[in-house]
Design a protein around this ligand. Sequence first.
Ligand SMILES: NC(=O)c1ccc[n+]([C@@H]2O[C@H](COP(=O)([O-])OP(=O)(O)OC[C@H]3O[C@@H](n4cnc5c(N)ncnc54)[C@H](OP(=O)(O)O)[C@@H]3O)[C@@H](O)[C@H]2O)c1
Length: 254
Amino acid sequence: MVGAGGMLGQDVEADVSLTRSQLDVTDRDAVRAVITGDDIVINCAAWTDVDGAEEHEDEALRINREGARNVAEAAGAVLYVSTDYVFDGTKREPYVESDPVNPQSAYGRTKLAGERVTAEANPRHYIVRTSWLFGPGGKNFVETMLGLGPEVRVVDDQVGSPTFTGHLADALARLARTEDYGVHHLTASGSCSWFEFAREIFARAGSDTRAEPCTTADFPRPAPRPAYSVLGSERGHRLPSWQEGLDAYLGVRV
Ligand SMILES: NC(=O)c1ccc[n+]([C@@H]2O[C@H](COP(=O)([O-])OP(=O)(O)OC[C@H]3O[C@@H](n4cnc5c(N)ncnc54)[C@H](OP(=O)(O)O)[C@@H]3O)[C@@H](O)[C@H]2O)c1
């Protein structure tokens, strides 16, 4: 696995786990020296600064597209982790694997480019789109919320599926043992707005902090986010619910 130092990477179990300092995926020669055609590689390496990508799209592309190509060319099979931000968010029912993509942000464009080069470079590819990750290995929305108080305003007009990295990591490992190649949507079951997620975090963590709903327009950000990016799977994937993910996370966080 590459990108092992990230939030998701820390939860994925693999025979060999390489952080950025051990393998920089943008270094084609280094990738070819380390990854061989016998390897099934889970690619968790990415530029994930969504707002920063608006100003630094070329740098984001270098990792999310060129890095992805290097890994896919060298590996026997490759699993590229992608995002709900490849969709524009105008649908009002879950996006399935065959729905047309239309990224609205630079980050979404670079991740879609990564999907495409991965698929072109290696017929044995799994493109796994997921969303709204939280887990013990990184800075995440749950920790941000629990660090605030006594009252927070949280956007109520973006809806998605908060997904626990522990649940996703298990599903990735299972998928990579199959020959079920192609595009897969893997997110927690159910959906909510960020405000509803925050309210549930405070309730389940026993916090006194009060959440108040607000709109995306109240908190302008450089990168546009889809208003609705719930993913469904026409391939039959089903992870535990986001509430179960939240409970599991609250049980393991330190
Ligand atoms: N977080 C989310 O809500 C979310 C939602 C949907 C999809 N995803 C996707 O899920 C995957 C994992 O995301 P994450 O949340 O775990 O992100 P993350 O915590 O930012 O992890 C990304 C990792 O990639 C590493 N990396 C960056 N450039 C690299 C390079 N050139 N070579 C090797 N490694 C490099 C980073 O290392 P440094 O920290 O040292 O730079 C970091 O350890 C990504 O593909 C992301 O697009 C995430």
